[in-house]
Design a protein around this ligand. Structure first.
Ligand SMILES: Nc1ncnc2c1ncn2[C@@H]1O[C@H](COP(=O)(O)OP(=O)(O)OP(=O)(O)O)[C@@H](O)[C@H]1O
Ligand SMILES: [Mg+2]
Length: 250
């Protein structure tokens, strides 16, 4: 078994999930952007929450959730059901929710003064500015952006998506935080088309529901780390998500 050293503490950040830390050889590399790619309902939002909650409640680290698909009240209620009291952390100044759901509501064509501009581009520029200023003010150690899919839904082709994804990842890379970014898995199987965010993120975790409803998590890539690349099962209960890092999937 590997014993954590002082240098690990300088370079690694616990994911907040003991089993996932085992797979990651100690945790995420600090100040990196990691993509959580998964099928709908597999627990992408829960993993992000546990990552933030652990940092804020156990380590006193400022943690920020950038919510693209649900308002703060709904997020907080759902996570309270899993034992995570984000409202209390917010009161302590350790948690900040950036409500980015507005970007979805901007019409196709918007007006700046009398000039008509593309609503989707305007929404994106506004969002990046909102995120950058929120980060500058709050100085988070941990960030989760949930989800990329909600950001790029108006950019249907890979060619259109690529610069949007690149801008978002560069925004997160330009901070001192370690960031998780979620995205919906668009295709599966041997012929699976890789998504731009998979190339651009420094690490990728894949969450899937296999045959018989068994859920698995797999590290597809993690630059600069010696990680476990086997798919490992996980369960979600009223206490959250638990990765069974020593179990095989059959
Ligand atoms: N109390 C609970 N007990 C067991 N399972 C739960 C509980 N609460 C939530 N879940 C499971 O967690 C899943 C939802 O997790 P989460 O919202 O993180 O998924 P997601 O990947 O973000 O979904 P989406 O694609 O809709 O954003 C549900 O599908 C459900 O199976
Ligand atoms: Mg979700």
């Amino acid at each position: 078994m590997k014993v954590a050293s002082a240098s690990d503490a300088e370079t690694k950040l616990s994911s907040g999930l003991p089993g996932l830390d085992t797979m990651l050889d100690g945790g995420f590399n600090k100040r990196r952007v990691v993509l959580i790619l998964g099928e709908p309902g597999t627990g992408k939002t829960i993993i992000c929450s546990q990552f933030l909650y652990h940092g804020a409640s156990k380590l006193g680290e400022n943690s920020m959730f950038i919510g693209m698909n649900e308002p703060k009240s709904r997020f907080m209620k759902e996570m309270l059901n899993l034992g995570m009291d984000f409202a209390a952390l917010e009161k302590d100044g350790k948690f900040n929710y950036v409500d980015a759901t507005e970007v979805r509501k901007i019409p196709e064509t918007a007006k700046v003064g009398r000039i008509a501009v593309g609503g989707r581009e305007l929404g994106l520029v506004n969002l990046l500015e909102t995120i950058q200023s929120a980060i500058a003010k709050f100085e988070p150690v941990r960030i989760a952006l949930d989800s990329m899919s909600d950001l790029v839904f108006r950019f249907p082709t890979v060619e259109e998506r690529r610069p949007v994804v690149l801008d978002m990842i560069e925004t997160l890379q330009g901070t001192n935080a370690t960031s998780l970014l979620t995205s919906e898995l668009l295709s599966t199987g041997e012929e699976r088309v890789l998504q731009p965010e998979e190339y651009l993120a420094e690490g990728v975790l894949l969450m899937r529901t296999q045959r018989k409803g068994v859920r698995t998590i797999q590290i597809l890539k993690m630059r600069g780390s010696k990680v476990d690349t086997h798919p490992r099962p996980y369960v979600i209960t009223g206490k959250g998500l638990e990765v069974l890092a020593t179990e095989e999937v059959y």
